[in-house]
Write a protein that binds this ligand. Structure first.
Ligand SMILES: Cc1cn([C@H]2C[C@H](O)[C@@H](COP(=O)(O)OP(=O)(O)OP(=O)(O)O)O2)c(=O)[nH]c1=O
Length: 192
C-alpha cells in the first residue's frame, strides 16, 4: 500500500492525481458533509475538505490523507450538487450568461502536520436557452457536479471563458496540491 490516501470517491480527482504521477490509493470518506451557512465559500470548502480527510485519517493514522471539496458561488449563494432535475435547471438558469466562481479546498493531514489550501477560478457562461439547458440535463452529466455542470465533459460547450486554475474547476488544483504534498515528502514518480 502507498503512503498517500486520496479520501475521495470522485473519479476526476483520482484521474488528476494520476496525471501528476503521484502514487496513492483511494478510500472514500463517506462523511455526511456538514455545511455551515455562516462560512464564506473559501472557509466552507476548506472545512469540508478537512472533514473528509479527518474521517479517513482516523482509521489510517500512519498515512498521509488528502481530502478535497468543490463548490460554485454566485450572488453570495453557494451551489453544491443538484438533488434533482429541477434543481439542476434552476442552477444552470442562474449561471446562464454570467460569471461565477468555483472554489476548491484541499486538506492534507499526517500524524504531525496539517495543511489546507483553497484555489478559485472564474467561469463565464454563454447565454443558455431553456432547450439547451434541458438537453444538457438529459445527458445526466450535471448530477454529481457542483453547480450542475462539468467543464471537462459536455459542459465545455456552455463556457465562454475562464480565468484561474482549470483544475480547481474540475475538483483538484493540481500544481498547488503537488506543492503541498512535497511538504509531506510525497513526490511524483518523475521526481523520485
Ligand atoms: C464545476 C465542476 C465541478 N465538478 C465536480 C468536482 C467534484 O467532484 C464535484 C463536487 O462535489 P464534491 O463534494 O467536491 O466531491 P465529490 O462528492 O465528487 O467527491 P468526494 O467528496 O468523494 O471527494 O463537482 C466537475 O467535475 N467539473 C466541473 O466543471
Amino acid at each position: 500500500m502507498t503512503r498517500l490516501i486520496l479520501a475521495s470517491q470522485s473519479p476526476r480527482r483520482k484521474k488528476l492525481l494520476e496525471q501528476a504521477g503521484i502514487p496513492f490509493h483511494t478510500i472514500s470518506s463517506q462523511v455526511e458533509e456538514k455545511t455551515d451557512p455562516t462560512l464564506s465559500p473559501e472557509e466552507l470548502v476548506v472545512s469540508l475538505a478537512m472533514q473528509k480527510a479527518e474521517a479517513v485519517f482516523k482509521k489510517n493514522p500512519e498515512n498521509v490523507v488528502l481530502g478535497s471539496d468543490t463548490v460554485v458561488s454566485i450572488d453570495g449563494r453557494v451551489l453544491g450538487k443538484p438533488s434533482d432535475k429541477k434543481e439542476a435547471r434552476d442552477m444552470l438558469r442562474m449561471l446562464s450568461g454570467r460569471t461565477h466562481e468555483v472554489f476548491t479546498g484541499v486538506a492534507v493531514l499526517s500524524g504531525d502536520k496539517t495543511r489546507t489550501v483553497c484555489e478559485k477560478a472564474s467561469v463565464q457562461f454563454y447565454d443558455l436557452s431553456d432547450e439547451e439547458i434541458d438537453g444538457y440535463i438529459k445527458s445526466g452529466e450535471p448530477f454529481d457536479k457542483a453547480g450542475s455542470y462539468g467543464i471537462q465533459g459536455l459542459g465545455a460547450v456552455l463556457v465562454e471563458r475562464i480565468s484561474g486554475d482549470y483544475f480547481a474547476i474540475v475538483g483538484l488544483p493540481l500544481a498547488k496540491t503537488i506543492r503541498v504534498l512535497r511538504e509531506f515528502d510525497i513526490v511524483g514518480d518523475w521526481q523520485a
